[in-house]
Design a protein around this ligand. Structure first.
Ligand SMILES: [Zn+2]
Length: 660
């Protein structure tokens, strides 16, 4: 779309005397200083460097990447950069979460010996060829096709004892059924990648696979492409196929290695801003998540250099950077450092932030903090995103301005959206510990968790822009002076008006009842009140203005709905802290046995409702209060399902329910 001609004179006629700013709450010198010190080409180079390591949690490759990262931080002037090893030994627990073992692999080779002679998989030449947590093997055996291999029916009439099974079902389930229960020697798998519109269109993707890190009797699994698996199935139709597998790999006591560094704040009592990225996974794991790790490295070095060179002052709050083994490392770090965890005021998480859409089909999203944790970080993030959107669109459409680009990266306009909480990475652990986080992430990415997630898929400009926005949001949270923070209440009031309008539009479009519509209006305003409170908490000088603005909002807030109430009040039990699922660890399965089904409506939106229902448990809200907050801040959900879920959590020892 183009600007209509008649609008241009109006724009040109804007008063020249008004101060226009890129970011409403900063003089232009601040975004300019941050932009000058961020280097998208350096970030892309760091993706290439990290992409050389097979970064499985608790493996030598992860540790090598952590050491490389620490070296870059130290060289960039972040003097306290370090690697902290937290035990991952199958014995140490972090609250309810029991750690699992690490993995050391040196060799994996799968050859067909009859009827053809050829190599099917070779590790470490192809890092994803050997599934994580495979162990030593020297086997020559017949291959048996068991289809998906994920249930008992797949094995009816088939003798797999001592044989190698070919399966495309979930790896740990196939291992349990074929190897542990029926004596198979190992697995060849073409388990498909995450489902997208492009699923199945690339027959040469080899997916990264993993057996259970809790199953110390693991044998092995080799990962092959759908094309290779199809060729084996065709051969099996008319011949006996024999394979030789040789594996040198062990599950071993290891550590969740957490890299940390800080930019120290001047006021120790003001708390910390936390910036996170997970440093795993497979080689190259370029977008997931060398991209977020490298962008965060770029942020740390840029802010440090800007401060050292005098372009920015020392911040008031400490900016704390963490590179973690995904989810497990976050849980381990938060439980190991209750003193530091308590200091965290808000944060930003980066996971997959550099994909070129023409290759990965990715769109960059920014998800807001959890509905259970409203915070001004959302409005601050929106302002920095808008700055890049404006500058990049101007360059792309007119060739004017700098566009915030880093050659050889692209010159495209930044296309992104702001959306409600999405799960699937470390931010959900921090949010379960009460830290509001915004989350930059590409989705989908057709190469995720495969041999094709490589650095060439990424773009230096996109990486640099994410680093710039992340640095800007972090800098605002850490260093915004009181005089500028005085603008935030008005910005939040405008955001609340917008939230209210969106809630009403959604209610109309979805045909919500009058009661549910009123709840949505009520919570749109409640979120505004909590956002305002977060401004006063971060910048106490704004307290009087925040009080005024809150009073106005509260007066406009509709009353709560009537109807059937469940007055029981859930409260958390101390044994379970943080989220109940921690990467490979499923607390409900451990506590209640497999399989445990969550209420159907709560499973919608990828588990956000179930996750948030627990986050909303504070020992004061009733079951009905929690239902109302979920319904008002996300979408209507039946009271019976919220009650069923909280009852299930009570049976699993996560909460207890007391009568009010
Ligand atoms: Zn990731």
């Amino acid at each position: 779309m183009r600007l209509c001609g008649f609008l241009l004179p109006l724009l040109l006629a804007a008063p020249a005397t008004a101060e226009t700013r890129r970011i409403a709450f900063w003089p232009d010198a601040v975004p300019a200083a941050i932009q000058k010190h961020v280097d998208g080409a350096y970030v892309h180079g760091a993706v290439r460097a990290l992409g050389k390591f097979h970064r499985v949690q608790g493996s030598p490759g992860f540790r090598a990447a952590a050491d490389w990262l620490t070296g870059e931080l130290t060289a960039g002037g972040l003097a306290d950069a370090k690697v902290e090893p937290l035990p991952a030994d199958g014995k140490t627990s972090y609250a309810h979460f029991k750690s699992y073992l690490g993995w050391q692999a040196t060799e994996g080779r799968l050859d067909e010996v009859a009827p053809a002679r050829r190599t099917l998989a070779e590790f470490p030449r192809e890092a994803v060829a050997l599934a994580d947590y495979s162990q030593d093997a020297d086997v020559t055996a017949e291959l048996v096709d068991v289809g998906a291999g994920g249930d008992a029916a797949a094995y009816q009439g088939k003798d797999v004892r001592g044989k190698i099974v070919l399966a495309d079902g979930p790896l740990a389930a196939v291992h349990r059924l074929a190897v542990e229960e029926r004596g198979a020697a190992g697995i060849v798998s073409d388990y498909p990648n995450q489902h997208t519109a492009w699923s199945g269109m690339d027959p040469d993707l080899v997916r990264w696979g993993h057996l259970s890190p809790y199953q110390t009797a693991n044998r092995f699994a080799f990962m092959v492409s759908p094309r290779a698996a199809a060729a084996l199935r065709k051969e099996l139709a008319s011949a006996t196929v024999r394979l030789t597998a040789r594996v040198r790999a062990k599950m071993v006591p290891a550590s969740f290695d957490v890299v940390s560094a800080t930019i120290p704040g001047s006021d120790a009592a003001a708390g910390d801003i936390v910036l996170t990225a997970h440093l795993c996974h497979e080689l190259a794991g370029a977008n997931d998540n060398a991209s977020g790790s490298a962008a965060l490295l770029g942020v740390a070095r840029a802010l440090r250099a800007a401060i050292a060179g005098g372009a920015l002052p020392a911040p008031r709050r400490t900016i704390r950077f963490l590179w973690l083994p995904e989810i497990s490392g976050s849980q381990a770090w938060l439980i190991s450092h209750p003193d530091l965890a308590r200091r965290l005021r808000a944060g930003i998480h980066l996971d997959m932030v550099g994909g070129r859409p023409e290759i990965t089909h990715a769109a960059l999203h920014l998800s807001r903090s959890a509905g259970s944790l409203p915070h001004i970080v959302n409005a601050i993030a929106a302002a920095w995103v808008a700055d890049v959107a404006t500058a990049s669109t101007r360059l792309a459409e007119t060739g004017e301005g700098d566009g915030i680009v880093w050659p050889p990266g692209g010159r495209d306009a930044l296309v992104t959206d702001l959306r409600p909480l999405e799960l699937g990475s470390d931010h959900q652990v921090f949010e379960a510990f009460g830290v509001p986080m915004v989350y930059f992430h590409d989705w989908p990415d057709v190469t995720i968790h495969t041999n094709k997630d490589v650095p060439d898929n990424l773009d230096a400009t996109k990486l640099g822009r994410v680093a710039y926005m992340t640095a800007g949001i972090a800098w605002t949270l850490a260093a915004l002076p009181d005089a500028e923070a005085a603008r935030l209440p008005a910005i939040e009031r405008a955001a609340t008006d917008e939230r209210l309008a969106v809630a009403r539009q959604t209610a109309l479009a979805q045909g919500w009842t009058a009661d549910d519509t009123r709840l949505a209006e009520r919570e749109a305003i409640a979120v505004g009140v909590e956002d305002l409170a977060s401004i006063a908490a971060m910048w106490p000088a704004t307290a009087a203005e925040v009080r005024r603005a809150s009073a106005g909002l509260t007066a406009a807030r509709p009353r709560a709905a009537g109807g059937v109430r469940d007055a029981r009040v859930p409260e958390r039990l101390p044994a379970v802290r943080g989220p109940i699922d921690v990467y490979y660890y499923d607390h409900l399965a451990v506590a209640l046995g497999d399989p445990t089904r969550k209420p159907v409506a709560l499973e919608k939106r990828d588990g956000v409702f179930a996750f948030e229902a627990l986050n909303l448990v504070d020992g004061k809200r009733s079951v009905s209060d929690i239902r109302d907050l979920l319904s008002g801040r996300y979408a209507p959900v039946p009271l019976a399902e919220v009650a069923e879920w909280l009852d299930l959590l009570a049976r699993a020892g996560v909460v207890k329910l007391r009568a009010r």
